[in-house]
Every structure is written in C-alpha cells, then in structure tokens.
Design a protein around this ligand. Structure first.
Ligand code: NI
Length: 208
C-alpha cells in the first residue's frame, strides 16, 4: 500500500476523459494495487471519494465511502456511506429533483462551493471483483458518486456550479457556514465531501 500524489487543478490529467478498464483486467495485480492505494490515499487526506485521474491514472475507477460495512442495494444514509469501488460506472439520475450541497475536492484544496446535483441516481458498474453491480444512491452518496464519475470525464465541481457566489475558502467555510461545527476536524478539503457537520448544516437549512 502506498499514499499516492494527488493531482491538483491545472494538471491536464484532470481534464482528460479516462479510459474504461476491460472487465477481465479488473482482477489484475496492477488494478487491485491501484484500488488499495486509492483507498489509502483517500483516507490519508480525509476524503470521502477519490477517482483514478486524481492520482494520475486516467482509468474509469473510483473509490468512495467512510465505513467498512456491507453495501446495501440503496445507499441512503448520509452518515454511513459504505466503502465502494466502482469501475466503469454508468450513472443515471432518477427523477428531476436537484439540490445544492457543499462540495470540496482533493484536487482543489481548501475550497468549497455549492453544487446542484440530482438527489437520487441509479448506478451500474463493476465492483473490484469484476462483478456487475447495480445500486441506487441518494443524498450524500448520490452526490459523491456523481462528483467522482465527473472526474472520469474530466469534469470538476466548479463546472457544475450554477453560480460562483458560494465559493468559499475552508477557513471562511468554518467561520460562516459551519459555525456550529464542534467536531469539524478536517483541515484539508475532502473530496466531494460535505463533512457530517456540513451535512447537518445543510439539513438544517433545507429542512431535510
Ligand atoms: Ni474531486
């Protein structure tokens, strides 16, 4: 296992369309090693998601999640996103409801912004064992999955913002947007992440 160097905004790898991994190669040692290293890197930087292009590998795979728990058919618990690996994901919004939520990105350190995203998505992908999986994701999990899938297409969260008015450095985010944040420990902008406290702040704001 190794902690990998994270590409920052401006590196061309973040703007390239990543290549699919042939299903037969998912179980290969290099791909399995990459997945393990991506998990280690994501956890090192307190992210909730990390896509291969962010570690300079232009391949369609990302890791996400915060807990080592079984993956349910519907991911809908904002506090307990299971660790998942999605290879060659296809993401389809369910319904037309979109909502703004705070996002950050390990490739755009120390900045957050409000990004509108569909609230619920259907996901088809391969898992790390090369098996087809299908799941439905809601709320934070849906947001993370969309943010990471965007990375595979060279899209950054800035591109999805309806307005740049909400762009906020982390210090100011903590000061003005997450003031009730007693347990905010996350100094680096985690990828695609609302921390639990930010999720609470959003819930308070939206009444969700
Ligand atoms: Ni990101």
């Amino acid at each position: 296992m190794a902690i990998l160097k994270v590409a920052r905004m401006g590196h061309p790898v973040l703007r390239a369309k990543a290549k699919p991994i042939p299903p037969k190669e998912i179980g290969s040692a290099p791909v399995q090693q990459l997945i393990d290293d991506m998990f280690e890197t994501m956890r090192e930087y307190s992210g909730i998601g990390l896509a291969a292009p962010q570690v300079h590998e232009s391949l369609r795979v990302f890791v996400a999640g915060v807990r080592n728990i079984p993956i349910p058919a519907v991911l809908d618990n904002d506090e307990e996103m299971p660790f998942i690996v999605l290879v060659n994901p296809e993401v389809t919004p369910i319904g037309r409801t979109a909502e703004e939520g705070w996002e950050g990105c390990l490739s755009i350190p120390d900045i957050r912004g409000l990004v509108p995203r569909p609230l619920e998505v259907q996901v088809k992908a391969y898992d790390r064992n090369g098996r087809r999986i299908e799941l439905v994701a809601k709320g934070l999990s849906a947001r993370v999955i969309q943010h990471e899938t965007d990375h595979l297409d060279g899209i950054l969260f800035f591109d999805r913002m309806a307005s740049y008015e909400s762009l906020t450095f982390m210090d100011e985010y903590r000061r003005y947007w997450a003031k009730d944040d007693e347990d905010e420990t996350d100094a680096q902008g985690p990828d695609a992440q609302k921390t639990a406290s930010a999720a609470r702040a959003e819930k308070a704001k939206t009444g969700r």
